[in-house]
Design a binder for this molecule. Structure first.
Ligand SMILES: NC(=O)C1=CN([C@@H]2O[C@H](COP(=O)(O)OP(=O)(O)OC[C@H]3O[C@@H](n4cnc5c(N)ncnc54)[C@H](O)[C@@H]3O)[C@@H](O)[C@H]2O)C=CC1
Ligand SMILES: O=C(O)[C@@H]1CCC=N1
Length: 272
């Protein structure tokens, strides 16, 4: 059980996914988690009722006494958020950013302090304890800060330590990744319904197919190509179907998608 006081600056989708994971898996007590949003008090109240987390009425109240400050605002709001917390931050507090694109060097510049800074790139599957999180340390982070961040994110999924320069790639791959999978599910659902399955029939078959395929990828040593080969009987339905995906260049489309998302992460980092 975590004992540190955590404050979220920004109480949107990602902050909720993390706090939901921490609280539902009983890894952190809700009363150790404080949240501060910019202006949307209705949102803060919703999270208080749903999870029992503690709303802060001022930035000072949110920052003072926190052991870990998690920055979870959109990259465009990052500079503002850091300026707001700056007057109250003490040098021992661990700053943990989940924001896409913004480097620990930029955060240190804005803060004008030598606080330990860690960056994490989780994904929204954190809410059910299945995030694929990548973690990187800034210059002032010490072993203890890396270990604390590992402990926190391991409670909501897997953690891979990567050098910071790889975080743009991770963001485009696994940060955005759940959306790519939902996009595939959406496409399969549309096709199934067009072909006359009911919404419920399609949903149940598709979600279990995706789950089973993901578990196979995780639990066997087979590569995706090998696993695909096992489904594909010569002259069968899969071969016929995949032929169409190849014809439409779907693998190229994924390459273009991930490259564009990585580039966008780089752009977001430069926008401030
Ligand atoms: N949504 C996702 O799947 C993932 C998001 N991220 C990162 O997490 C961060 C947050 O993303 P989301 O939660 O999706 O955004 P969101 O828009 O749902 O939440 C951001 C929240 O921050 C609040 N906010 C804005 N400025 C603020 C300020 N100065 N002080 C306090 N609160 C402020 C907004 O009112 C909003 O509620 C982004 O930087 C994103 O790159 C990282 C991994 C995955
Ligand atoms: O779309 C975004 O910018 C964020 C970062 C990774 C997932 N969502």
């Amino acid at each position: 059980m975590g004992t540190e006081k955590i404050t979220f600056i920004g109480a949107g989708s990602m902050a909720e996914a993390i706090m939901e994971g921490l609280i539902k898996k009983e890894k952190w007590q809700a009363d150790l988690i404080t949240i501060k949003n910019r202006s949307n008090t209705q949102r803060v109240d919703e999270l208080r009722v749903k999870y029992g987390v503690v709303p802060a009425s001022t930035i000072e109240e949110a920052v003072v006494g926190a052991d870990i400050i998690i920055l979870a605002v959109k990259p465009k709001d990052a500079h503002d958020a850091v300026n707001n917390i700056k007057p109250f931050v003490k040098s021992h507090q661990l700053i943990l950013s989940v924001m896409a694109g913004i480097s620990t060097e930029t955060l240190t510049d804005w803060l004008h302090l030598q606080n330990p800074i860690m960056r994490a790139m989780p994904n929204t599957s954190a809410s059910i304890g299945h995030s694929a999180t990548a973690l990187s340390s800034g210059k002032s982070a010490m072993r203890s800060h890396i270990e604390k961040s590992l402990e926190l994110f391991e409670t909501i999924g897997t953690v891979t330590l990567v050098p910071e320069e790889k975080l743009h790639i991770v963001t485009g791959l696994s940060g955005s990744g759940p959306a790519y999978v939902y996009y595939i599910a959406e496409a399969m659902q549309k096709a199934a319904e067009e072909l006359n399955l009911s919404e419920e029939e399609a949903k149940s078959l598709i979600s279990q197919t995706l789950l089973g395929a993901s578990l196979m990828l995780k639990q066997t040593t087979d590569s995706p190509i090998e696993l695909r080969r096992k489904v594909t009987s010569p002259g069968g339905t899969t071969e016929a179907g995949i032929g169409k995906l190849d014809q439409f260049g779907v693998q190229d489309a994924f390459l273009a998608c991930i490259k564009r998302a990585v580039k966008r992460s780089e752009e977001l980092g430069r926008m401030n």
